[in-house]
Write a protein that binds this ligand. Sequence first.
Ligand code: PEP
Ligand code: MN
Length: 348
Amino acid sequence: MLIVMNANATENQIERVCRQIKELGLSPHPTPGLERMAIPVTGKTESIDTVQIELLPGVMKVVRVGKPYKLVAREFQPEDTVINLNGTTIGGEQLVVMAGPCAVESRQQLLEIAHAVKEGGASVLRGGAFKPRSSPYSFQGLGERGLEILAEARQETGLLVVTETIDAENVSMVEQYADILQVGARNMQNFVLLKRLGQSRKPVLLKRGISATIEEFLQAAEYLLSEGNNRVILCERGVRTFNSYTRFTLDISTIPEVKRISHLPIIADPSHGTGRYRMVAPMARAAIAAGADGVIVEVHTHPGEALSDGSQSLTPENFRKLMFQIGKVGRAVERELAGEKESQEYHG
Ligand code: PEP
Ligand code: MN
């Protein structure tokens, strides 16, 4: 933070500013310039109300020079964060694929899809038990019964489970069943939820808000880290643009930029990012090529009958094709698919 004084600021005014800064537990470093005094301030300046400092007599302006996030930044931790979950790593050399239906609809539906994505090579099973829907009349999910079904599918397949938790009170329940706790796009700035998840011992998959800037996205992650949870996976899932042809616009450029700024892993969600199943594979390939640490995709055995997001769901057959392609694109960018067998080939 930098405090710039008026050209005619008096000694007393400068002293008063320095005193106030020290009272806030920070260090002022008054530096005379040709025309005016500048006071760089060091310490934990994030929580300082700059407007209050600007009200002090003799102050011209206060400039924040630091970034609004810290723990998520590469300056804080130069090496990539690698999350290890029972041998599945997220953020390291391996690419992770999370796949499954948008929502858990029934035991039979989920088990069938879980087996299909496992066979295809996914290592994490997705499926919403609590569904925050745009319309109150749409299917809202099976709730705890859905979580039980997910846990059964994990038992049967050995897949890890990622599922959404919708508010702070809901976390304790979801924590009992899931391996990774998902924060939905619409909840990215639910700070009460983020603080609660920051105290969880489970990793968090944080989806980008539909109109969130990269800075807002990273600040949401900062909430989690600042509460002590550093096992955070970011997810680019598309933002709202003028384009109404697709559901959202998958902002692939965010991936290399977030990788540059932050040490956290970032995956892409080409299902919600496009809303159209035909675009899922091309955008998944593009995201991997751009440096994503993996993808999360929706898969349904009967997309036409899905209770939510059928239009963006891949069939198991298309999912298998995509896995093969991800393996190839991954090798081109020196990444390998988790659990990939060298000899694996697609015969379809
Ligand atoms: C989902 O993953 O099913 C979902 C609702 O995603 P988002 O929060 O990104 O819309
Ligand atoms: Mn969905």
